[in-house]
Design a protein around this ligand. Sequence first.
Ligand code: M3P
Ligand code: FE
Length: 308
Amino acid sequence: MAINGTVRPGLIQLKVLDLDKTLDFYKDILGLDEVGRTSDGRVMLKAYDEFDHHSVVLRKASEAGLDYVGFKILNVAQLEDIKAKTEKFGYKVTEIAPNTEQPGFGKQYKFTLCTGHEFHIYTDVEQAKDHPQLRNPDIWNKPPKGMRATRLDHFLLYGPGIAEAERFMVEVFGMYVPEICNTPDGKRLATWITGNNKPHDLAFVEYPKAGKIHHVGFYLETWEDVLNAADLIAINRLKLDTGPTRHAITRGKTIYFWEPSGNRIETYCGGYFAYPDSPQRVWDADKLGRGLFYFSGEMIPSFLEIVT
Ligand code: M3P
Ligand code: FE
């Protein structure tokens, strides 16, 4: 449930190396459906429990990584309000005409945060043809495939100046910050931010290089589904990062791995319900290992070092 005007992180465009091989992963293993192709050859995908036209876009490029993320805003009035507040905050906003950059999407505004990440905001999106049923609905139209990803859930972004990025998400997007991690001198090392009852819609980690992505999170229904994802990682010889395990931060039950182009994916379930009046949880940097990998309590070096 959106508590404010920012409904959800609803769009991500990723750069991939081998489009065919990577697309096979997103469809057959992660379990997304292909919606179609753009005129310039990008592939649009969606998860089975999503209503909007598409949520994940793959673009063939010479390196893996992130083009941009998009947030759906509740209505036109709030979209225009966030646009004005973004300009007042100091970020230059550019308008993208309807049905150009993303088929099925209405007008978008784009801007770049101090962390180097391009954000898009939009409110009008066509409904997907294959959306969940609305009249006496069954639980799905066809049995979910592969890892059975239900939805695009969150992004973890690495870049410089995350204290400012956090302030932007709070002051302009009206989000709140259920958990933070600080260095011993009180500087922000990581921040988990949400606009609803999920413990995070996005998170940032302080990092010297701009515009990096650590992972894209997809939501699974159950812990059994996380174990099924682990089996599929092994059967398909994907590179495992870590898991199945549990976070103490957000309390998600989770597994991380890399798709064939090298972008890290998280598939997870659970997590607590966040509320805007819940007191903020604070992690000391030397306890981050326990916060992220609750069972072992130890940081995994690849986890903080590898981003795309
Ligand atoms: C999560 C999560 C860092 C944190 C990751 C946390 C430091 O993926 O879902 O809570 O990369
Ligand atoms: Fe995550």
